[in-house]
Write a protein that binds this ligand. Structure first.
Ligand code: RAM
Length: 354
């Protein structure tokens, strides 16, 4: 009896959440964000062969990079005949992301594809999901081992670190002070790339580059902009800013432009062509790199579906088909590599639209 009434209250609560409705476009508060159930098929229906509902979760809503990744995820959904809901925390915050995920697990969705705000903090959440029969893949920013079935890696982390040091070295003529403007201090992907950048700086060919500091803009435009201005004030001789985040690099380039330091301070890192076009042309950020986020989202949904439908178990060595991208094999460390990054500059920037 008691069990029944608990169930009733839970159902009522979920009903209320659903009625509130979660916009998939506006940054949502945690409770709102946890309401993609309006599009979710109940778990039993899926088990009986009905259409599956997966949830594609970015680090934070309202970031163009993730919106583009979602476009790829939706394309995969259309091809596979499944439903993919896009929801996540309003800001790139691990605690908020965990709240959103807990609600999705309680709703019994059919699979989660997550870009993690913290590798370790999300492990117990990922475990809970998997123990409830919900497969988990991380993409873009990995959940630590044990908290996901597999991770979709956008490009080799060492290569991402290396290309950013190469670009800044080329831009400032191999000599001078540089700083890194990152996303959040807990971001698994940025932290790994920064480690590789630091290793790269130890090499004799980079002896002229002096990394003065690493600061964090939390993948928020205004905070990143202010941090970039702070860097230029604190280090008047600063020659370069590397920002391995699409939010930070655009904000830093704008700051250099606004401070009229074009030609004195060069920005590079990881950005999206549509956000960076203006700064490539102005000279504030003449070169930057990235992979195609839409392809990453597309790959994540194909991998999740392969696991959710039992086509593969998600173990190292398993091979699955990812639509137009072809077939992929899960590596020994549980990751799947999308491919090499592209460097964008004045010669090719107008060939891309994302
Ligand atoms: C931001 C996010 C994302 C990262 C890109 C490069 O959009 O931090 O996780 O992969 O930058």
């Amino acid at each position: 009896m008691k069990k029944l009434s608990v169930l009733f209250v839970f159902t009522l609560l979920m009903g209320l959440l659903i009625a509130c409705g979660g916009s998939t476009e506006e940054p949502a508060a945690p409770t709102e964000a946890a309401a993609p159930a309006e599009e979710s098929a109940p778990a039993e229906e899926s088990a009986a062969g009905g259409s599956k509902t997966y949830v594609f979760v970015p680090k934070g809503l309202g970031i163009p990079y993730f919106d583009t990744a979602n476009k790829g995820a939706q394309e995969a959904a259309a091809e596979l005949g499944v439903e993919v809901t896009y929801t996540g925390p309003a800001t790139a915050d691990a605690t908020e992301q965990i709240q959103v995920l807990n609600s999705l697990i309680a709703q019994g969705v059919d699979g989660l594809a997550i870009s993690a705000n913290d590798a370790d903090a999300l492990i117990p959440t990922g475990k809970d999901a998997m123990e409830s029969g919900i497969p988990v893949v991380s993409w873009d920013s990995a959940i630590g081992e044990g908290g996901r079935n597999a991770h979709m890696n956008q490009a080799d982390a060492e290569g991402i670190g290396k290309v950013q040091i190469e670009m800044i070295s080329d831009l400032i003529g191999g000599e001078g002070q540089i700083a890194i403007l990152s996303a959040t201090s807990t971001a698994p992907n940025q932290n790994e790339w920064i480690e590789y950048m630091q290793a790269e700086l130890e090499k004799p060919e980079n002896a002229g580059l002096d990394l003065v500091t690493v600061v964090y803009g939390d993948d928020e435009d205004e905070k990143s902009y202010n941090e970039a201005i702070g860097l230029m004030r604190t280090y008047p001789d600063l020659k370069g800013i590397i920002s391995p985040t699409t939010v930070g690099i655009a904000a830093a380039a704008r700051a250099v432009q606004d401070q009229e330091r074009i030609g004195e301070v060069f920005v590079t890192g990881l950005g999206t062509p549509n956000q960076m076009r203006e700064y490539v042309k102005s000279g504030a950020a003449p070169a930057f790199a990235l992979w195609n986020p839409a392809e990453l989202g597309y790959l994540a949904i194909y991998a999740l579906d392969a696991i959710a439908t039992g086509a593969i178990e998600g173990n190292p060595g398993d091979t699955f088909e990812a639509g137009t991208l072809g077939s992929y094999t899960i590596a020994e460390d549980g990751s799947v590599l999308l491919g090499p990054p592209t460097v964008f500059n004045i010669d090719n920037i107008d060939d891309f639209d994302f």
